[in-house]
Design a protein around this ligand. Structure first.
Ligand SMILES: [Zn+2]
Ligand SMILES: [Zn+2]
Length: 195
């Protein structure tokens, strides 16, 4: 149960998030400029009307690819930025990771879950918190009403991350080779927003 299907828009890249549920994950919406730049670079469809990226943070050990792994690509906005993963076959945003498996977490974007909007909410529950709302776009009044992530939300995330680290999930990271610790594909750095 709770094996959640993952798929890019065109269907070439697919995978499973094994045993993923609300209890072992965190649903957040990030409005930061970098997440927006990444989404816009891929066409912008993954953004909500306030410039938010809806994503589920969970252990990378739960994620595995079933097909199309050769279409998985990785970019960074700067040479120090997060690794931002996408399906190059159809520019579907997949998610983000740290640039190293040492901090084992993935933030998988709504667009890569093969779920209806209703199923997504039923499985993962409401948004825990919105982050970087200062960079949100759209109606300021609506932005001011967003539920911001509080200290308790950050604490939950840090304790989850520590538990994954203790379990050795750094070595079972879908986006990094377990023996070399290198990413499964080379990340390219966006230069002034151009590839
Ligand atoms: Zn695709
Ligand atoms: Zn962000």
């Amino acid at each position: 149960m709770n094996d959640i299907p993952l798929k890019c828009r065109c269907g070439q890249v697919s995978g499973i998030a094994t045993g993923l549920k609300q209890k072992n994950s965190n649903r957040a919406v990030c409005h930061c400029a970098d997440c927006q730049a990444f989404a816009r670079h891929l066409g912008g469809e993954a953004l909500d009307h306030l410039g938010g990226t809806d994503l589920i943070q969970f252990s990378p050990a739960r994620l595995s690819f079933s097909s199309g792994q050769d279409q998985v690509a990785c970019l960074r906005l700067t040479d120090k930025g997060l690794f931002r993963w996408y399906a190059r076959c159809c520019n579907t945003p997949i998610g983000n990771t740290m640039p190293t498996p040492a901090l084992p977490f993935v933030g998988i974007i709504h667009s890569f879950f093969d779920l209806s909007d209703d199923e997504y909410v039923i499985i993962f529950g409401p948004v825990t918190g919105h982050v970087f709302t200062k960079a949100a776009t759209g109606d300021p009044q609506e932005v001011s009403m967003l539920k911001k992530a509080g200290p308790g939300d950050w604490l939950k995330l840090v304790s989850l991350l520590l538990s994954w680290k203790m379990k050795g999930d750094s070595k079972r990271h879908a986006f990094f080779d377990s023996s070399t610790g290198k990413p499964i594909v080379t990340a390219h750095v966006l230069d002034n927003g151009q590839t």
